[in-house]
Design a protein around this ligand. Structure first.
Ligand code: PEP
Length: 252
């Protein structure tokens, strides 16, 4: 088994330029430099290049974009292509985040195109998915997660799935202060691995990193990360508070 441990911070549409640089500096000074844990920051598009340039080489932090276009290039005002991100040495891109699904009506069809663009540009992808509260209450959460995975992953080249990291993010836990319990997280992550084994192979299922996202903070990170099938976290709100985010990283 060769799974990467990852803690990723999604800054969403927060911080101004100076705040972003201050946050980066705090994280660089105060987070572990252990090679066992990959740290990824997802700043707003506008700051990616400057954040990348401000990285110290001793603290191996990777940088990602929160979105990319489903198109390669051309007359798509306001869009940012995967190629552009690669050209400023971006490492990762987020695809499928629940806020993209909810506020921008993005669909599985678009996620497939975005992932294809990211693969062509040689970016790594964190693919996000997860059930909403109604699904969970009506016991449909496993079915929904399987559908979300199936709709997208079955349409990608099999030999590229290892470029993906998966992020299980139950919508009812994102930004709500309500976290999945370690039992709920472990149960779903194990299920996701079973789905990946059925779709591809046991080897891929054992080697793909699956992150948990949803109101993860310094109080609950350790017990979530201790679950055998939870390989780290995608952190929203708590990643904007330097000391809080560093405690989460250092809890591995
Ligand atoms: C997210 O948006 O991916 C997320 C997990 O947010 P939060 O940690 O704020 O719930």
């Amino acid at each position: 088994m060769n799974r990467k441990k990852i803690v990723a911070g999604n800054w969403k549409m927060n911080t101004n330029f100076n705040e972003a640089l201050e946050l980066l500096n705090f994280i660089q000074i105060n987070s572990t430099t252990s090679p066992q844990v990959e740290k990824i920051l997802f700043p707003p598009f506008a700051f990616i290049k400057s954040i990348k340039d401000a990285l110290s080489i001793t603290n191996n932090i990777k940088i990602g974009a929160q979105n990319c276009s489903e198109f390669n290039s051309g007359a798509y005002t306001g869009e940012v292509s995967a190629d552009m991100l690669k050209s400023i040495s971006c490492d990762y891109v987020l695809v499928g985040h629940s806020e993209r699904r909810r506020y921008f009506n993005e669909t599985s069809e678009q996620f497939i195109l975005k992932i294809e663009q990211a693969l062509l540009a040689d970016l790594k992808i964190i693919f996000c998915f997860g059930e909403n509260l109604e699904h969970r209450k009506s016991n449909f959460h496993f079915k929904i997660v399987k559908t979300q995975l199936n709709e997208v992953l079955s349409r990608l080249p099999k030999d590229k799935i290892n470029q993906l990291v998966l992020a299980y993010e139950p919508v009812w836990a994102i930004g709500t202060g309500e976290t999945a319990s370690p039992v709920q997280a472990q149960e779903m992550h194990l299920y996701i691995r079973t789905v990946i084994a059925q779709m591809f192979s046991e080897e891929l299922a054992q080697n793909i990193s699956i992150l948990y996202g949803g109101s993860c903070n310094s109080q609950n990170a350790k017990e979530l990360f201790d679950c055998p099938d939870v390989d780290g976290g995608l952190i929203g709100g708590a990643s904007l508070i330097g000391p809080e985010f560093c405690k989460i990283i250092n809890s591995f």
